[in-house]
Design a protein around this ligand. Structure first.
Ligand code: NAD
Length: 713
């Protein structure tokens, strides 16, 4: 766990080395061991000073999230935190200089331990990051970070680090005052030791700034006019941005406001109360489950079929050099894989490569990429109109027009030239994979790889398994997704797959509310207050009302009499056919898009969809409930129908795919948060009031009745 050595000058080097992990983490066992050794060293008269160091490639990665997620007793958690605080105060007030030698990253709890040292020296290590990412998982820096950081840097400089979870490199950390100095890598322990020796020789006592009699908070505390103004503004901005959905940043502000108005020991106690509150909040538990553990499992391909050798990729083919094809080609080139970018003409293919050049040039201009690096990336993209160039590809992805005949034709032409063991993937957003695979001579090697736009940036890939798709093809497709650094979810074939299907319920509910006569501005606000990144009408404009209309027409043509027209279908049809407002692309949809100035709701909307329900009659909470639960009901149906293989895929897909609010965990995570009996009762009420789209599937009723749940409670 940890070891120490002591030299002739009485300097002890305490080296942290958490067993069985690649990183040092803080939890009950590591902190107990740390406390025992630290207290021994502080009590030993032969020890004059202590260098805190790490045996891993980083200093400390942070608190153990598994411990936080499993905590079940508030008071004992609170009291454990008091133990941590006593330990760190003991370090600060023990009379012996303690210096942290930061060989690599110090994040979260790791940075907090470093802040409790009298001196911090970091190695000049380009990979190293420093900061407090707790807020991104619904937590706060609960090992003194909310108290020490603003006392060290002042509130103005500390708040962005605490509230945004931004991580900075060593130079920036030194500039901010987070660390004292940066030294060549490998000399950080020596530098820490030297600082201790110099201090000892000077005869000065080690002292943290906040323990000095003359201490004043840099820039002023909460009681000063400047401090007061800063916190008032921060509070208002936070509420505007988060609609109060995220307790973590709110609690961080409270810790700073209340904690800095008093002495540090009382401040630490205040911090622990807020921290405990967050650790036991559904928001943090949802965020930790979906964003941390769920994502970790997905990225290490936990659900990958076993016994299939890992596929390495060196060359892939991309059919269609349009918006999606160009983006996927970029992501592939960045991963060091060659791409044959094929379109109907050499010019069309070249346009796809030009897109890549334009995007990367922006990076070069901003200094985020070197010009040579850009040329090297571009050299990996080979535009062509000749299928023969696809020879030797390990994978070919098609992103041609959304048309069955064209897709069938390019499949046949490709399979004629690629190796028999290559796999073929379609990026279709709506056409069932099993149907498309009918054009293939190797349907077992045919799969869906559904990317999101812009494909070079969006992190999610929805992998769709057709009826004939083999496990080996699935495994190898997952290898590709990992190779290009994206996160996969795996779904079985169905109309709209998973993501399009659920996300469509949100936009459809917005249009339904419009037809019911709810004021458009209220609909949009309800979407934002629910935590969605944009209102449902704005989102419909983005994906295009015309597309929603076309999908409805296509579905009607495909399923005939079984098709039931919805309010959303009527609204989309009226917008497109009668009013000629197709969405953002055409410059007119539910919103107007003036050439200069900001977009705004189209004033004509209320003439064609008169407001029947007064604001006083519609509680915004009811709208939020509908916009959120319509997604959950459909996601539960996807699980019941076997479209989804695991609940966590529903949640990750929603958060990464369309910005579903992480504090709810995801559409399934939200049902879990409500508790299934409560969720079923609410869905039944909504179904009775508004229609069967809210009806809970039998699976959900059964689970509620049996007292089972999607996730551990
Ligand atoms: P796009 O119109 O921008 O690009 C399609 C490209 O395919 C064009 O460059 C076209 O010249 C080319 N093409 C057409 N026929 C071809 C043929 N026979 N051989 C070679 N190239 C041919 O379309 P897009 O938005 O990139 O969408 C492509 C596919 O990706 C569609 O299936 C779409 O449903 C799917 N998709 C789109 C999005 C999105 O947000 N746009 C998201 C996910 C999936």
């Amino acid at each position: 766990m940890l070891s120490f050595t002591q030299d002739a000058d009485g300097i002890a080097i305490l080296e942290l080395d958490y067993p069985g992990k690649s990183q040092n983490i803080l939890n009950a066992s590591s902190m107990t061991a740390f406390a025992e050794t630290m207290q021994k060293l502080l009590a030993d008269p032969a020890v004059k000073g202590i260098v805190l160091a790490s045996a891993k490639k980083d200093f400390i990665a942070g608190g153990d999230l598994a411990t936080f997620a499993a905590a079940h007793d508030r008071e004992s958690f609170f009291s454990d935190m008091q133990g941590w605080h006593r330990l760190m105060r003991g370090m600060e007030l023990g009379g012996k200089p303690i210096a942290a030698a930061l060989n690599g990253s110090a994040l979260g709890g790791g940075m907090e331990v470093a802040l409790a040292c009298h001196y911090r020296v970091a190695a000049d290590n380009a990979r190293a990051r420093f900061g407090f990412p707790e807020v991104t998982l619904g937590l706060l820096p609960g090992a003194g970070g909310t108290q020490r950081l603003p006392r060290l840097l002042g509130m103005q400089a500390a708040l962005p680090l605490l509230l945004e979870g931004k991580k900075v490199g060593a130079d920036e950390a030194a500039r901010l005052g987070l660390i004292h100095t940066v030294v060549p890598a490998g000399t950080e322990r020596q530098a820490a030791r030297q600082w201790i020796l110099d201090l000892l020789h000077s005869g000065q006592k080690p002292e943290q700034p906040w323990d000095a009699k003359s201490f004043r908070i840099p820039g002023g505390g909460p009681g000063t006019p400047a401090g007061n103004q800063l916190l008032t503004t921060a509070n208002a901005l936070l509420r505007e941005k988060t609609y109060n959905n995220y307790p973590a940043p709110r609690h961080i502000l409270s810790c700073v406001y209340e904690g800095l108005a008093t002495d540090i020991d009382t401040g630490l106690k205040i911090e622990s109360r807020y921290f405990t509150d967050l650790v036991f909040s559904s928001e943090a538990r949802n965020m930790i489950r979906s964003l941390f553990f769920g994502m970790q499992e997905a990225n290490r391909l936990a659900s990958r079929p076993a016994n299939v050798p890992t596929q390495r990729y060196t060359k892939i083919g991309m059919l269609g050099a349009g918006m999606m094809g160009a983006g996927i080609a970029m992501a592939t080139a960045v991963a060091g894989i060659d791409v044959i970018l094929l379109d109907t003409t050499p010019e069309a293919a070249a346009r796809g490569k030009d897109y890549a050049r334009r995007q990367w040039s922006k990076q070069v201009e901003k200094g985020r990429m070197g010009a040579t690096a850009m040329e090297a990336l571009l050299a990996r993209i080979h535009p062509t109109a000749d299928y023969a160039d696809l020879a030797g590809c390990e994978l070919v992805i098609e992103a041609v027009f959304e048309n069955r005949e064209i897709k069938a034709e390019v499949t046949k032409k490709t399979e004629a030239v690629i190796p028999a063991e290559a796999i073929f993937a379609s990026n279709t957003s709506t056409l069932p994979i099993t149907g498309l695979a009918a054009a293939s001579i190797r349907p077992a090697s045919f799969i869906g790889l559904h990317f999101f736009s812009p494909a070079e940036k969006m992190p999610l890939v929805e992998i769709i398994v057709g009826q004939a798709t083999s496990n080996a093809t699935l495994a190898r497709a997952m290898d590709f997704v990992r190779a290009i650094g994206k996160t996969p979810i795996v779904v079985n074939d169905s109309r709209g797959f998973y993501t399009t299907r659920i996300f469509s319920t949100y936009v459809a509910e917005g249009m339904t509310l419009l037809e019911e006569g709810v004021a458009p501005a209220l609909i949009e606000k309800a979407g934002l207050m629910a935590g969605m990144p944009v209102g449902p009408l704005a989102l419909t404009d983005e994906v295009s009302i015309e597309l929603m209309h076309k999908i409805a027409l296509q579905t009607k043509a495909d399923i005939g009499t079984a098709y039931v027209e919805t309010a959303a279908d009527r609204v989309a049809a009226k917008m497109v056919e009668t009013l000629g407002r197709l969405g953002r692309k055409s410059g007119a949809g539910f919103y107007d898009y003036p050439a200069t100035g900001k977009k705004h709701l189209w004033p004509g909307l209320v003439q064609h969809f008169p407001v029947k329900v007064g604001a006083g009659e519609t509680a915004v909470g009811d709208l939020i409930e509908r916009l959120v639960l319509v997604q959950s009901a459909e996601a539960a149906r996807c699980l019941a129908e076997g479209v989804l293989r695991a609940p966590i895929d529903a949640d990750i897909g929603a958060i990464l795919g369309w910005g579903y609010p992480a504090f709810r965990g995801g559409p399934i995570g939200w049902l879990h948060t409500l508790g299934l009996p409560q969720a079923v009762a609410t869905l039944e009420r909504l179904a009775a009031q508004h229609g069967t789209r809210f009806a809970p599937p039998q699976l959900l009723r059964d689970m509620a009745a049996q007292g089972t749940s999607f996730y551990p409670t």
